[in-house]
Write a protein of this length. Structure first.
Length: 461
């Protein structure tokens, strides 16, 4: 008997089992639909936001306001137009405006922002390591021209482009988007300051002959800065994400989380097959027919692999066409699905051998009723990992469903193939390790015990 024959036979048996189909297909569809709508508030307009930390990287060198304005006004029409006395007064007042203090103290240090987002100033290497270790939600990169562009835009008519980069943590779905919104809020306030300043300058230029206007220009600009930056800060969040990233909605998240949770139950269903065949003498007949136990074990591995692929395909199609979920690039989705199926098949094979060796179905039942539930909690199946305690977040990469969840969310949010490599490798490692242990345990099962008093003993299995 070939492995393909074992595969086809077992697939027919499993797919004809209504209990199995209800467990691996119907239940995740029902729970996904319920949780997507019932817990939409977690991802909606008024979410319960956990406190989180970001890393701020300063890529600029220190520069005084006078230095920045000298560079900006040198050869600038605005600089040539203003009297020297007014320019000096403008520079003097500018020196009293500390851009770093505005950004770090007045803005990031605002009580409403500090209540949920704290920051640390790190080098790029330190920030990337924190991102890799899942210790930070995002990296805020202040560019080389941060100070010069800020002073120039605030105090002159010359516009200097200022872009603050935000690098998101792909393992977190909510807090990186909040960090982006906060940075955008700062840039919006800077833009409002520029508008007020330009109005003041245009008024001055239109009435250049008025000594009162000339003397008050610098103070008007200073007042516009203080008015804008000291205005009551109201923190609100839009459904926006960093450039190149897509928003994870409740439907998206729970489509992935329920899918990855019930993949475990596919492994659990497959764990009964070997022992059932032994109790029904199918296993012994195959050995008598010359089929090695390695072929039988390989057949079970590929059965579980195929069941997982069927499950993935069904639930992805359901969430796409019924719930309107976008799963991301097809190529990456197929890649992650294949390695996820490989990892789950390895786990199912191991559970099958453990059940076979122990000759107790309650071992598989223990996994389904208790252990899989714990793995689901740790892996973020019920609640997003980032809102759980830090200790649980550290454990989220251990269960295979947690790895699969992060990988699928990465595909959804537009992560690059390089960003997904770690998860793909870990899924592959899970399949190899679980499969390797299954082979080792099966190899040590040199002699089968009696299943019951009236069953024959097979030696050399």
């Amino acid at each position: 008997m070939k492995i393909s024959n074992i595969l086809i036979r077992d697939l027919k048996v499993l797919l004809s089992d209504k209990k199995t189909l209800a467990t691996i297909l119907l239940m995740p569809i029902i729970l996904t639909s319920i949780l997507s709508f019932a817990l939409s508030g977690v991802f909606g307009d008024d979410p319960q936001i956990p406190s989180f930390q970001v890393s701020v990287v300063k890529n600029y060198e220190s520069m005084t306001a006078e230095m920045a304005l000298d560079d900006a006004l040198n050869g600038n029409l605005f600089g040539d137009f203003l009297p020297d006395e007014t320019l000096e007064t403008l520079k003097s007042n500018a020196s009293q405006t500390d851009i770093e203090a505005i950004f770090f103290n007045d803005f990031l240090g605002h009580e409403d922002i500090k209540a949920m987002m704290t920051y640390s100033i790190d080098t790029m290497d330190q920030a990337k390591q924190k991102l890799k270790d899942n210790e930070t939600s995002a990296i805020i990169v202040l560019p080389e021209n941060f100070l010069k562009a800020s002073y120039t835009n605030m105090f002159t008519t010359y516009h200097s482009g200022l872009e603050i980069e935000v690098i998101r943590n792909p393992e977190r779905s909510i807090t990186p988007s909040i960090a982006v919104s906060i940075v955008e809020g700062y840039l919006d306030r800077m833009a409002a300051t520029n508008i007020r300043k330009n109005i003041a300058i245009e008024t001055y230029i239109g009435q250049v002959g008025s000594e009162q206007n000339q003397d008050g220009l610098d103070q008007t600009i200073q007042n516009s800065i203080e008015t804008t930056m000291n205005a009551n800060l109201q923190v609100s969040f839009d459904d926006e994400t960093a450039k190149g990233q897509d928003l994870v909605t409740s439907k998206s998240y729970y489509s992935v989380s329920m899918l990855t949770l019930f993949l475990l139950f596919s492994a659990g269903r497959g764990s009964y097959m070997l022992l059932e065949e032994k109790r029904e003498f199918t296993y012994q007949r195959m050995l008598t027919a010359g089929v090695t136990k390695w072929k039988i074990l390989a057949g079970k591995f590929f059965v579980i692999f195929c069941i997982v692929i069927i499950q993935l395909t069904t639930l992805i199609l359901f969430s796409t066409f019924v719930l309107g979920v976008s799963w991301g690039p097809v190529g990456q989705l197929i890649l992650v699905s294949a390695f996820t199926a490989f990892g789950v098949a390895g786990l199912g094979s191991l559970l099958g051998v453990i059940t076979f060796v122990s000759e107790k179905t309650r071992v598989a039942g223990l996994f389904e009723s208790v252990i899989f539930q714990v793995m689901g909690l740790i892996g973020g199946a019920y609640i997003p990992v980032e809102v759980l305690p830090d200790e649980i977040q550290l454990l989220s990469k251990i269960p295979i469903n947690g790895l699969a969840l992060k990988a699928f969310l990465g595909v959804m949010t537009g992560s690059s193939l390089n960003d997904l490599t770690e998860y793909v490798i870990l899924l592959l490692a899970n399949g190899l390790i679980f499969g390797g242990i299954a082979i080792y345990l099966m190899g040590r099962k040199g002699e089968n015990k009696h299943v019951s008093s009236d069953q024959a003993q097979v030696v050399g299995a």
